[in-house]
Design a protein around this ligand. Sequence first.
Ligand code: CMP
Length: 140
Amino acid sequence: MAIERTLSILKPDATRRNLTGHINAIFEDAGLAVLAQKRILLTRAQAESFYGVHRERGFFNDLVSYMISGPVVAQVLSGEDAVLKNRELMGATDPKKAAEGTIRAQYAESIEANSVHGSDSAENAATEISFFFAEIDIVA
Ligand code: CMP
């Protein structure tokens, strides 16, 4: 197994309910380390750019509006198979389909307000990490 990095975002519904510590404890208990973290209010242009791959989807405008509706916490997680491990911890995008015990099953309010985002591949993780962090910000 390889030590990987992945990009995680705690979404506005999570920061609004003060869940940063709860969700970080889930990551840390599973062996993922938070190497970098910052709480920010995205601009519309930043959110559109980050989610650019979804630009043609019907939910794009609502997704962007949602992601700028409150602070998010962007984070770099590291650990063995971090990309897959984080996706397993998050559970399915739609909380109705998320397995019991996953972050989205526990905390998500809807498919849009689904508490967390996580990179879906190591390649996308590198791109998404560089969207938020410079290498100098990431301390292993
Ligand atoms: P995320 O992993 O951040 O990637 C894109 C986001 O779009 C997704 O989580 C959901 O929160 C949001 N979204 C809203 N509606 C849908 C939908 N119908 N299908 C997939 N994602 C959706």
